[in-house]
Structure formats: structure tokens, C-alpha cells
Design a protein. Structure first.
Length: 454
């Protein structure tokens, strides 16, 4: 068969895809019960399970993972002797942050300027819809030529490792000849890209205590140690003056030798304000794909409105460290912990708690499955050749899968190109990217099945 029927079928399915993505985005599936009710995630998991059953998947199950969340599994048998492909996405999302800063409600899919806006539209509820579109297109054009396993994770954004631990305890469940992780993205809209590397991550909460209780800043300020001021000084020790990450003992000088990211393009994608400098040293690609990067993602402190003239007795912060390929996340966690414990000023009492961790990942882009994907993307994106890039984000499951199934090929594609603004306000997905990548995935599955015959 030619590729044209696949592209026509996917195009005809896009209105349905929009409706389904709207339904899925409507679930406030942040896997943190301190922020959103747990039943929002459970309802989203149920929706995903129902969608798989409607596509004739067998053995559909809600897997209770060790971190208290649910992953959704299903199996679609293919022709006798066909290879097995595992398709991955996650239905949990990042919190919406400042909902007032969204131009439309974060949990209501809204079309604007040719894009669909909503939390999870690109990361990664759209990835699940992409898998459905690809499979539906194949079913309408001769059938799905491979056996398919789908796993939709319920806590990827929290980094709590539930699915990794479950897979390790049930290694037969996700075994496959090749694995498509639908949770990365193109380098830019319209440029088909597979992700060659992922940074790992570690997440720590650090708490400083200096006083038995808050004190009047006029009566005691100037001599009594302020925990919030101590925290500011501690966090400042994690960066050099130019913004380079400076965790004691952690190497931060690796170089990226692949596709480069022009600084002007990066500034535009990151929406850096005029006159504000980029941080760090080396090329942009070095900084975001090959080197560690620390980020303070939260601080517990009094809000400006209603603040009183008090010295703070305690302060708490959450620190994320992205760990590049070639470095070990466990060792990086130890170094970051030691740095925080040793750099707290004024003898402040330090408590460090680990809340998440995942190893970096490097794919083998010379494997046969990548040839099948390159051929598919060449058709789905006429006139463009598949590129490979790094990704600064983390998908801890990739390393677990590579250890459990060392012979499996792992490909990383997805909808999270720069304009998607994942993890930020006004996240969106390009419907054109959703359509083209669904065509590419369908053609890949067909190409891959053909390559395995004989």
C-alpha cells in the first residue's frame, strides 16, 4: 500500500482526535494529592483504559504501582510471528501553575492561533492520542501489522518511579522488540526529530532551621539568624556568577557534538526578555543537553501580601538537578546533598529529603528501527530528513526499559516542540504536528513489520 491512504485516514480522524483530547485534558490529573484530588488521576486512567478497550485491546488493566498511582496497560495482538512494539505515553500532567496567567482555562482545550491549548495537550496526553490515531489509521488500511502493547503512565511528571518499580517486579509485562516513547518532540515545528539523549534528574527538598520560632525583625534583626536569608545564600551557592551550575564535585564541562541550537533561535523559543543574558558557558546545546543544570523550582516563604516584619525560623526549598548522559544520577544526588549540607551558612540546621530520581539515557540511533522511522518521517514530512537532537528533560522509565530489555530498540518522538511551552502556562499542541507524527508512527509500524519479515 502507498502512504497516501494513511495520511488521508489520519486527516479524517483529526476532528475525533480533538474531541478526545479535550475530554482527556479536562481531567486535572496532577499526580500529587496535595494539589489535586486523587480521583482526577483515577478518572483519567479510566478514560485511557476505556479508549484501549474500544480499540479491541486485550488484557486492559489499571496497574497499581508502588508510588500509589495507576498505569494503564493493554495488548493488541498482531499477525502470527509479527514483532511486538511497545507504545508509551503518560496521562498525568504538571500542575497549571498560575491559572490566572493562562489565556484560557488550563483544563479546557481551547483552539487559538492554529494551536490547541491546555495542560497536557502536548505533554503527554497528546502523545496518547497520537498512538490511537496511528493505530486507527492502520486498522482502516489493511490492519495493524505488529503486536502492540500500550502503557500509559500515571506519575511521570512527579518522578516518583512507580512504573519503573512495577516493571522491574513484572519484567515480562512490557517486553517488546522495539519501544516508541511518545514523550519528546521535534526540534522545531515541521522538522521531524528523534531524541538521541535525555538528561536524568534528581529532586531534593532542603529545609533550614535557625530559630525556635519567628521573631520581630526590629527587636532581633541584625544578630538573630534568619532562615530565609540563609536559604537564599545556600541556593545562590549552586550557581557561579555566569549562571553555570556549581555543585561541588559535579563535572559541568561536557560538549555536545550533534545538532546545534542557535542562540538567537533559543532566545526566541525561550522567550527571553530583551537585554537579559543567557546563563552558563559553552554552546546552547552544551548547556541544555550535555551538562548538569540546577533549578530551584519552589520555595516555602511568606507571600508579599500580608507579610509581617518577622525573621523566619524555618525555610524550605525544592531543588531539581538535571543530570546529563555520562553521569550517574545516584552519584549526582549524593554530591548535591553533600553540597547543600556543607554550604548552609551560620550553622543552620539542614534536612535534605530526596523526592525523585531518574538516570540519563542515550539511544542507539544507528539501530534498524531508526531506519524504519527515518523512512516514515520522510513521507510524513515531505522534503525533510529526520534529525536527531538531545532533550534536556528526563524520562526515567527509559533506563529501566533499556536494562530490562537490552535487545529492544528504543525510539523517542513526540509533540513537545518549543512552541508547546510544556510545564509552563499556556501549554499547547500543534494539530499539524499531531497529524504528521501520527502518520509517521503508523508508517513506522508498517515499515518495521516489513523489515522483520524473513
Amino acid at each position: 500500500m502507498t502512504a497516501r491512504p494513511i495520511s488521508e485516514t489520519v486527516a479524517s480522524l483529526m476532528p475525533r482526535a480533538k474531541t478526545e483530547l479535550a475530554e482527556l485534558v479536562a481531567f486535572r490529573s496532577v499526580a500529587d494529592p496535595a494539589q489535586f484530588p486523587k480521583n482526577e488521576c483515577e478518572a483519567a486512567a479510566g478514560w485511557v483504559a476505556d479508549a484501549l478497550r474500544a480499540e479491541d485491546f486485550q488484557d486492559v488493566a489499571l496497574l497499581d504501582t508502588p508510588d500509589g498511582t495507576q498505569s494503564v496497560y493493554g495488548f493488541l495482538p498482531g499477525p502470527a510471528g509479527a514483532p511486538t512494539v511497545l507504545l508509551y505515553a503518560h496521562y498525568d500532567v504538571q500542575p497549571p501553575l498560575d491559572e490566572a496567567a493562562w489565556l484560557s482555562p488550563p483544563f479546557e482545550l481551547t483552539e487559538r492561533d492554529g494551536r490547541w491549548f491546555g495542560r497536557g495537550a502536548a505533554d503527554c496526553k497528546g502523545g496518547f492520542i497520537m498512538h490511537l490515531l496511528a493505530l486507527r489509521a492502520l486498522k482502516a488500511n489493511g490492519g495493524v501489522p505488529v503486536s502492540v502493547k500500550v502503557i500509559a503512565e500515571g506519575s511521570e511528571e512527579q518522578g516518583t518511579g512507580g512504573l519503573e518499580r512495577y516493571a522491574e517486579a513484572h519484567p515480562e509485562l512490557l517486553a517488546a522488540d522495539t519501544i516508541v516513547i511518545g514523550d519528546t518532540g521535534n526540534f522545531r515545528v515541521g522538522l521531524p526529530t528523534v531524541t538521541a539523549t535525555l538528561r536524568g534528574m534528581t529532586m531534593l527538598r532542603v529545609k533550614l532551621d535557625t530559630l525556635e520560632g519567628n521573631l520581630h525583625s526590629g527587636q532581633f534583626g541584625g544578630a538573630a539568624p534568619d532562615a530565609l536569608a540563609a536559604m537564599i545564600q545556600l541556593l545562590a551557592s549552586l550557581r557561579a556568577e555566569d549562571g553555570t551550575t556549581t555543585v561541588d564535585g559535579l563535572t559541568a564541562d561536557a560538549e555536545w557534538d550533534g545538532l546545534q541550537y542557535p542562540e538567537a533561535e533559543f532566545r526566541k523559543d525561550a522567550k527571553v526578555l530583551d537585554g537579559v543574558e543567557l546563563i552558563g558557558a559553552g554552546t546552547v546545546a552544551d548547556r541544555i543537553w550535555a551538562r548538569p543544570a540546577v533549578t530551584v523550582i519552589g520555595i516555602d516563604c511568606p507571600p508579599v501580601v500580608g507579610a509581617t516584619p518577622s525573621l523566619q525560623a524555618s525555610a524550605r526549598a525544592q531543588v531539581s538537578l538535571r543530570v546529563p548522559p555520562g553521569q550517574d544520577a545516584v552519584k549526582a544526588t549524593e554530591l548535591l546533598t553533600a553540597h547543600l549540607e556543607s554550604h548552609a551558612p551560620w550553622g543552620a540546621r539542614v534536612t535534605v529529603e530526596q523526592v525523585g530520581q531518574g538516570q540519563p539515557f542515550r539511544a542507539d540511533i544507528t539501530s534498524p528501527a531508526y531506519t524504519s522511522m527515518a523512512d516514515a518521517m520522510r513521507v510524513a514530512y515531505p522534503g525533510e530528513e529526520m534529525q536527531s537532537s538531545g532533550m534536556g528533560g528526563s524520562i526515567p522509565l527509559c533506563n529501566t526499559l533499556s536494562v530490562l530489555y537490552p535487545e529492544a530498540e528504543i525510539l523517542l518522538i513526540g509533540l513537545s516542540e518549543p512552541e508547546a511551552q510544556i510545564h509552563a502556562v499556556n501549554e499547547s499542541v500543534s494539530p499539524e504536528e499531531l497529524e504528521r507524527l501520527s502518520v509517521a508512527e503508523a508508517l513506522f509500524l508498517r515499515n518495521y513489520a516489513e523489515s522483520k519479515k524473513g
